[in-house]
Design a protein around this ligand. Structure first.
Ligand code: FDA
Length: 393
């Protein structure tokens, strides 16, 4: 027997749950299907278990998309303050960590609980461990068959996220549905992901594994100022995750280590005040010790500071503050926090997230070609696109 609903949402992640609770509380009958054992698994592991649930500064400028105007409408209609009001209504304690990033004080599970409570208040039905076997359109209705049953609805929302972290159940499901309905998908690739280095460079940097340092990382015209972490695979830390979303194979990135400092001026000052000091010792006052040692060794300079002509100091300052590195690749979807690209925004109405050529079919959240920076922006997109869709259904 086929059970009928007003709306079927496939994917009980951030976007799917927000859409479900919004539509349910408007009085629609809503079914949410997910193949996972539990809803909101990515929320649970996000932000180191504390969920960086939004960013108070979120604006369209913090998103990457083939159409930089697309996200404007949804982001303006459901803002970080709206989500924060919901969090406060549920008495979930939160704090701002840095750069407008809001986190739960206790646990990301509080956010999942809040969304489930709101879904319950809207009478939403949630069915987990449902492998989707077929999706079909028959006349004005969508039919979804799973291993456990058959369901139909006048509207179908795809909220199955991207390809990142397949171990947690991420699939390319949304892209397959897009293909089935003749909708365009832009090139997808891992975003917010550590970058790897070729073996010789990795070997050279091996001693730095575990060192964290403040950097300004640049790629073409985009820069981020955050922490960088050297790892046994290459480069990580927030600065690298941010730039990875802009990086393409073959590109160089440029690192300005300790961007607050004018390293050349400080080296000259040290030479004047304490000329007998070794270069490594002087650098050690400006950089983490292991980095100081690395740059001193790489420079090949011997003798004390007093022995170094201006030209030499200029070259070492440039090596530290205009360090060009060509990453070999990225760690891929295995560790990427997001998937760049996705359903082409040209296929969607930016107010409702409904496909223009297939009435009743909607796409929301990460499966759409809208990707946020690191720092709560991706959840804000999930909430905003889910909310606008839930209102439009
Ligand atoms: P999401 O991936 O959340 O949900 C998709 C749902 O669809 C899942 O429940 C999945 O099981 C289901 N599904 C998939 N395929 C299916 C299929 N074939 N059949 C049925 N169901 C299927 N962002 C942020 O703003 N702040 C943060 O702190 C973090 N932290 C973070 C940490 C880590 C480790 C990762 C991997 C990611 C983050 N993110 C983040 C990114 C954020 O988690 C992500 O952008 C949102 O979860 C996207 O929400 P969606 O609802 O679109 O997809």
């Amino acid at each position: 027997m086929t059970r009928h609903y007003d709306v079927i949402i496939i994917g009980a992640g951030a976007a799917g749950m927000m859409c479900a609770l919004t539509a349910g509380q408007r009085g629609l009958s809503v079914l949410v299907l997910d193949h996972a054992k539990a809803p909101g698994e990515k929320i649970r592991i996000s932000g180191g278990g504390r969920c960086n649930f939004t960013n108070i500064h979120a604006s369209p400028a913090n998103y990457i998309s083939g159409n930089r105007h697309f996200a404007k409408s949804a982001l303006a209609r459901y803002t970080p303050k709206d989500f924060l009001a919901l969090v406060e209504r549920h008495r979930i304690a939160w704090h701002e960590k840095t750069l407008g990033q809001l986190f739960c004080d206790d646990s990301a599970k509080d956010i999942i609980r809040m969304l489930l409570d709101e879904m319950r208040a809207g009478g939403v039905r949630l069915e987990l461990q449902q492998e989707i076997e077929a999706v079909e359109r028959k006349g004005e209705e969508f039919h979804v068959r799973t291993g456990h049953g058959a369901f139909s609805a006048g509207a179908l929302v795809i909220a199955t996220g991207g390809k990142s972290i397949p171990k947690m159940g991420a699939t390319g499901f949304a892209y397959r549905i897009a293909e089935q309905f003749g909708l365009k998908v832009t090139e997808t690739r891992p975003g917010l992901v550590p970058l790897t280095l070729e073996p010789t460079l990795l070997q050279r940097l091996a001693e730095l594994s575990g060192v964290a340092v403040d950097v300004e990382v640049s790629q073409s015209k985009t820069s981020f100022r955050e922490a960088l972490l050297f790892t046994h695979r290459g480069l990580s830390g927030p600065a690298i995750l941010q730039i990875s979303s802009y990086w393409r194979e073959g590109d160089e990135i440029s690192l300005k280590i300790e961007p607050e400092q004018n390293l050349l001026a400080r080296l000259k000052e040290a030479r004047q005040k304490n000329g007998r000091q070794a270069l490594q010792t002087a650098l050690g006052d400006m950089l983490p010790k292991r980095l100081a040692q690395y740059f001193a060794e790489q420079s090949g300079l011997t003798g004390s500071l007093a022995d170094q002509a201006d030209k030499k100091l200029i070259s070492i300052a440039a090596a530290v503050q205009d360090w060009k590195i060509k990453p070999a690749g990225s760690e891929g979807y295995r560790t990427a926090e997001v998937t760049l690209g996705g359903l082409d925004t040209a296929e969607l109405d930016s107010r409702s997230m409904e496909t223009k050529n297939c009435p009743g079919l909607y796409f929301i959240g990460e499966c759409v070609d809208v990707t946020g920076w690191l720092g709560g922006y991706n959840f804000q997109w999930a909430w905003a696109s889910g909310f606008c869709c839930g209102l439009a259904l």
